[in-house]
Design a protein around this ligand. Structure first.
Ligand SMILES: O=C(O)CCC(=O)C(=O)O
Length: 258
């Protein structure tokens, strides 16, 4: 389900009906889409800078810190500097309000980077971002311990590809790939968030353009994603020197583990 936050004032978000509705959807369906969480124009600037800074990863032979996450798909670190050093991205007020509800007041940022699906990328394997915390039935009724938020840098659609999601699958121990699923259209300025346990998969990119999207992972403060970063290929977070110190108290708290 999607929630348009365009006219939602950023004060008192914990009481906002829209944010409460999005949180309810996140708890029950394991995902939510927030439309107009950022100005589309701002995201176009970010997308242009992304191309300038990171196109060398996918033009020619990829080199540097990256992980292959499927056929013609990669995950790369994005340094929070320049245009990426923008609290609208890593501490978006709407996302922050959802985080506090889903992960508690001490939620931290765990990782930041980008997924890129190159032209011709086939559909990705269905996966969740990490295993259950416990190998027991209780795992599926627990509240979230981590979540992923993506910000498309090109519209997610059936040509560029999108992220197919299996609503409610965070409450299942195994996923039924034939079960109800959807691959939403997500424009620039919207963000798509899912519980770490929710099954999902990037769909094929049948266009001739690469499809980058920024991702941010947030978690409860005691959680460390050793599944995706344990191999030590890629940094989870790369910050411009002095970034943390420059932030106001509430935002700085997101970086408590850095
Ligand atoms: O490319 C996508 O839409 C999803 C990527 C993803 O979930 C992953 O690589 O873990």
């Amino acid at each position: 389900m999607r929630f348009d936050v365009h006219d939602v004032p950023t004060e008192g978000l914990a009481e906002s009906e829209t944010i409460r509705g999005a949180y309810d959807c996140f708890v029950k369906q394991g995902y939510a889409i927030l439309d107009n969480a950022l100005p589309g124009d701002r995201m176009r600037e970010v997308a242009a800078e992304f191309e300038r800074r990171y196109a060398h990863y996918y033009n020619g032979t990829p080199a540097g810190e990256f992980m292959e996450v499927g056929n013609r798909r990669m995950m790369i670190p994005v340094e929070l500097s320049g245009v990426f050093n923008d609290p609208l991205l890593f501490a978006n007020p709407y996302v922050l309000a959802m985080l506090k509800m889903a992960l508690g007041p001490d939620a931290v940022i765990e990782a930041f980077g980008a997924f890129v699906a190159l032209p011709g990328a086939e559909k990705q394997h269905v996966h969740r971002d990490g295993p259950s915390l416990f190998d027991a039935g209780i795992a599926r009724i627990l509240p979230a311990h981590a979540l992923t938020v993506v910000f498309p840098l090109i519209e997610m659609n059936d040509r560029h590809g999108s992220t197919r999601i299996w609503p409610g699958s965070h409450r299942h121990l195994e996923n039924d790939p034939e079960g109800p699923n959807e691959a939403p259209v997500v424009p620039l300025g919207s963000c798509f968030m899912w519980d770490f346990r929710t099954y999902h998969s990037g769909t094929a990119n049948v266009s001739d353009r690469q499809r980058p999207m920024l991702y941010a992972v947030y978690s409860r403060p005691w959680f460390k994603d050793s599944e995706n970063y344990g191999r030590g290929v890629q940094r989870r977070l790369a910050l411009e020197p002095g970034l943390k110190e420059s932030l106001p108290k509430e935002t700085k708290a997101l970086f408590a583990n850095v």
